[in-house]
Design a protein around this ligand. Structure first.
Ligand SMILES: [Fe+2]
Length: 175
């Protein structure tokens, strides 16, 4: 599956960093360049979600087989409306990078306490504001890394970069 729009400035910049760095160093490079990423993202207008709290805009993605795994990526712009509850607790591919562009969010992080039943318990909660970033690069190429849930407190946009199809992230239940 391939869908890349190289005319998009922010996608071009992400891919340029990706060509220079891998995995942990790539996540660090995204965080180090968060101001540049925010500036490029400001080209993309807020697209208010209609019948839900979150709209997922794919800026680019490429999913290959295992041999070319390091070429995989997905870049998403999230458009959020405030809600009273968090989204479902979910895991991510091997690496993930979140950056707040606008708005205000509450993020809950979890750890697995029962792998088979997919039960988690909370370990940390944090308010995230524009410029804040959150990234992980796990050892595991599963879809249960960086388990979290997000709640939007004030409308805005977020940038998400993943090493694979984030829609395959596993769903978990709180103890
Ligand atoms: Fe997530």
């Amino acid at each position: 599956m391939k869908q890349v729009n190289h005319t998009n400035n922010i996608l071009g910049y992400v891919l340029a960093l990706k060509s220079q760095y891998q995995r942990e160093s790539l996540i660090e490079a995204f965080a180090r360049n968060n101001e540049k990423l925010s500036a490029l993202a400001s080209d993309i207008p807020f697209d208010s979600p209609k019948d839900c709290h979150y709209k997922r805009q794919v800026l680019g993605k490429e999913f290959n087989d295992n041999e070319t795994y390091d070429e995989n990526f997905e870049v998403i712009m999230g458009h959020w409306k405030p809600t009273k509850t968090s989204c479902r607790i979910h895991g991510h591919p091997q690496y993930m990078y979140y950056q707040i562009l606008s708005g205000k969010y509450l993020m809950h992080l979890y750890k697995i306490i029962d792998t088979q039943q997919k039960i988690v318990e909370p370990v940390q909660s944090m308010i995230m504001l524009p410029g804040d970033t959150f990234g992980i690069c796990a050892q595991s190429r599963t879809m249960c890394n960086g388990i979290h849930s997000m709640q939007c407190l004030e409308a805005g946009q977020t940038l998400h970069i993943y090493s694979d199809d984030a829609l395959k992230g596993e769903i978990f239940t709180k103890k």
